[in-house]
Write a protein of this length. Structure first.
Length: 282
């Protein structure tokens, strides 16, 4: 787990206003759990979720506001949009009554631009568009965020603390980069899981019992990922460290690094995801 800074923890623990979480699916729930673990009081949170879990019901008993009437929520510091982008045109405009002059809106919806959010709320709103990824569920996520011109330093600090609770945070100023961010880190965990699937299937095809092949693939991918996380060197160096000239790894890499191999496939995959992100944005 990547530990948030003491400043991030203080920012959430000392928050005077309310955080409104709109959508408590897998990512929204992961963020909420991380905020509470970092010191945010349930009394500082309101959740809008049409299908609340029993866990949300339990938190409501400790002060979390679950599906409150909009006019009952006062002093909103941040609204976090964690709903599916397909329902955004219906959901987002209904949140306008929650906006106060100092409210910042953080969206983790794929493909929904800052322009869309401003049009659905108000052109004066302080807005941040962000793209997290699923390792956020274990505190090992990475999120890229882009603010609009209305976001103050204090609002940026609040958003940073909310995102840092689930892992690393990077900020960019060019929203056009978000489509490629979505393709690389947002969708990227699926590519890694596919690698584990394919490696397992290849091991079984080579004669290993399927259960052993699956165990070897899972441990190899997860262990290599942790080594990559801890080692302060380029991934190419780690690859070279495993590869002996003329050995078994070199024979496999001759296939994977051929002109039509993994690099070309990954380039095509990322470009396809980038195009789709742009299409979703309209």
């Amino acid at each position: 787990m990547i530990t948030p800074t003491a400043q991030d923890a203080r920012t959430l623990a000392e928050l005077a206003g309310t955080i409104v979480l709109v959508g408590a699916g897998k990512m929204g729930s992961a963020m909420l759990e991380a905020w509470l673990a970092l010191g945010l009081s349930p009394k500082r949170v309101a959740v809008i979720e049409p299908q609340p879990t029993s866990e949300l019901g339990a938190l409501a008993a400790h002060g979390l506001a679950l599906n409150p009437p909009p006019l009952a929520v006062r002093g909103v510091s941040a609204i976090v949009l964690a709903v599916k982008p397909q329902v955004a045109p219906t959901v987002v405009p209904t949140l306008a009554p929650l906006l106060a002059p100092d409210t910042v809106v953080l969206s983790i919806m794929a493909g929904r631009t800052l322009g869309f959010l401003a049009g659905a709320l108000t052109q004066r709103a302080a807005l941040v568009r962000a793209m997290p990824n699923t390792p956020a569920a274990i505190g090992r996520g990475i999120t890229v965020a882009v603010p609009n011109a209305q976001v103050s330093q204090r609002q940026r600090d609040i958003v940073h603390a909310l995102l840092a609770a689930t892992g690393m945070v990077e900020w960019v100023n060019d929203e056009a980069l978000m489509d490629a961010v979505t393709a690389v880190s947002g969708s990227g965990p699926a590519y890694v899981f596919l690698l584990a699937e394919a490696l397992s299937a290849a091991g079984a095809a080579a004669g290993l019992p399927p259960e052993l092949a699956a165990k070897l693939a899972r441990a190899t991918v997860s262990g290599s990922g942790e080594l990559l996380n801890r080692a302060p060197v380029d991934p190419a160096i780690l690859r070279q460290n495993v590869t002996s000239p003329g050995g078994t790894t070199a024979a496999a890499l001759d296939v994977l690094m051929a002109g039509d191999g993994m690099r070309e496939l990954m380039n095509r995959a990322v470009m396809a995801a980038t195009r789709r992100s742009r299409e979703l944005a309209g």
